[in-house]
Design a protein around this ligand. Structure first.
Ligand code: PDD
Length: 288
């Protein structure tokens, strides 16, 4: 049975949802998206995701398509109609549709779509065994702090990584790791410092990153926000990535080099457990 999706005010079977070929998201990547995880029928870190959604839209001067409470209602409604217990909810708002022109006319009506994806997110093989990441040049534009639907740099980098037998990729710019194709990169140094890049226009400010740094504080783990080189990452005792769809996932190989003993590290596993515990303990239960 197909999904029920949301398209411009209507809940409809996925095969009936339609957007114009003149949608600027389709023609120019002129659109913002957001992904929130669902586990045990609960939205995880949703306030952080909706804050970022509003910020990204404002950065492109695209109005919020509906007020925030209605947006949350749409998320809950999609979860209920699709009986989603574990997976993700995707939101996308494009600037709207107009005849193709780089300059957009005033007063466009944004196109707003949303859908669920059922998938196992917690206790996955990747989380248990760790992943291998390729290193590749970061080919993206200069405003990666805005979560736009313009993802070709990541698509090509991850595709190449998979073709070479890796699970994912860490992108590199000016000799420093920026981030994963759809995740934040972390390393842990020999003196047990959890290290990740500071937020800037070079990377997406990850919601899971924020939650994990808070957990470091809560549990007395030392962390440092600074950039690191691929060589430092390869010499690290542990490494991991965070995202809404992977939570805390150990990285056990970077390029040709095994990290630590090539198995998920103990601090990473602790953070992974803290994250799941916090996510399941602190979020409102869906009214569905
Ligand atoms: N991507 N960096 C990039 C480039 C990302 O695309 C993502 C998330 C993250 C992690 O952000 P968060 O912790 O807020 O999910 C970092 C989502 C999962 C996606 O595109 O599907």
């Amino acid at each position: 049975m197909g999904r029920i999706v949301y398209c411009n005010g209507v809940f409809t079977p996925e095969e009936d949802a339609r957007i114009s070929i003149f949608d600027r998201g389709f023609l120019f990547g002129d659109a913002i998206y957001e992904v929130t995880a669902v586990i045990a029928g609960r939205l995880i870190d949703n306030d952080l995701h909706l804050d970022r959604f509003e910020r990204s839209l404002a950065a492109l001067s695209i109005p919020m398509p509906v007020p925030r409470p209605e947006l949350e209602h749409i998320q809950f409604e999609l979860m209920a109609r699709n009986a989603l217990m574990e997976g993700t909810i995707y939101l996308q708002v494009s600037r709207g549709e107009a005849d193709r022109d780089f300059v957009y006319p005033a007063g466009l009506k944004p196109n707003f779509i949303a859908f669920t994806q059922a998938k196992k997110l917690a206790d996955t093989p990747a989380q248990r065994n760790g992943i291998a990441v390729n290193l590749a040049r970061d080919l993206r534009w200069a405003r990666r702090d805005i979560k736009t639907a313009m993802l070709l740099g990541q698509v090509l980098a991850k595709h190449e990584a998979r073709a070479k037998g890796y699970d994912d990729v860490w992108m590199v710019e000016d000799g420093l790791v920026t981030e994963g194709s759809s995740s934040t990169a972390f390393i842990i140094t020999a003196d047990n410092q959890v290290v990740t890049r500071p937020n800037s226009q070079s990377t997406l400010p990850g919601c899971t990153r924020k939650a994990v740094l808070r957990l470091c504080e809560t549990h007395g783990l030392h962390f440092e926000e600074r950039a690191f080189t691929p060589a430092e990452a390869q010499a690290a005792t542990e490494a991991f990535v965070t995202s809404a769809s992977s939570f805390v996932t150990p990285v056990v190989r970077i390029g040709e080099v095994a990290i630590g003993d090539g198995r998920p590290g103990p601090l990473t596993c602790r953070l992974q457990a803290y994250y799941i515990e916090a996510a399941l303990g602190s979020v409102p239960v869906s009214p569905a």
